[in-house]
Design a protein around this ligand. Structure first.
Ligand SMILES: [Zn+2]
Length: 160
């Protein structure tokens, strides 16, 4: 979307950018006094819509990032299970249950390496996701601030 100064609007007849206060288009000569209103798309309205759209998009992205973060946070569960399985294996072995103890030790041992790798990967992903989330949140804040600032400008211009 092209950047347009706030005090301009688009002529509904020839689509040229003209001053917001103009009663007559300087390009096509159309009388604009009657059309100031609904059909007049002011530059301020266009950029307000752009901000609102950006906010909607950012809110969706933030929601998705937070969901992804929750999934990543669950990445440590397998490592915990593998460790617990090995521990239980030792306890059973010490208690005289050789077959069950060895079985749990084997399960835990087999799981431990991939579980560690998954956990490590999850931690790295967690950091990246968190960075992205922070970026989006900052961007959202900027758009909201811009929208509020513009809202004051528009009401000020409308009161004249
Ligand atoms: Zn015109």
């Amino acid at each position: 979307m092209p950047e347009v100064a706030v005090d301009t609007r688009v002529c509904p007849y020839c689509a040229e950018t003209i001053r917001a206060a103009a009663k007559k288009c300087r390009y096509c000569g159309s009388n604009l006094a009657d059309s100031i209103g609904e059909e007049m798309v002011t530059a301020a309205t266009v950029s307000k819509m752009a901000s609102e759209l950006a906010i909607m998009r950012l809110e969706k992205e933030i929601e998705e990032l937070q969901e992804a973060l929750d999934v990543v946070k669950g990445g440590g569960v397998l490592l915990t299970f593998a460790s617990f399985s090995m521990l239980a294996g030792f306890v059973l072995l010490a208690g005289g249950s050789a077959v069950a103890g060895i079985a749990l030790l084997v399960i835990g041992g087999v799981l431990l390496v991939p579980a560690g790798a998954i956990e490590k990967q999850a931690r790295r992903k967690h950091r990246t996701l968190q960075e992205q989330l922070d970026e989006r949140l900052a961007e959202l804040e900027k758009h909201r601030a811009a929208l509020e600032g513009r809202g004051q400008d528009t009401s000020g211009a409308g009161a004249k």
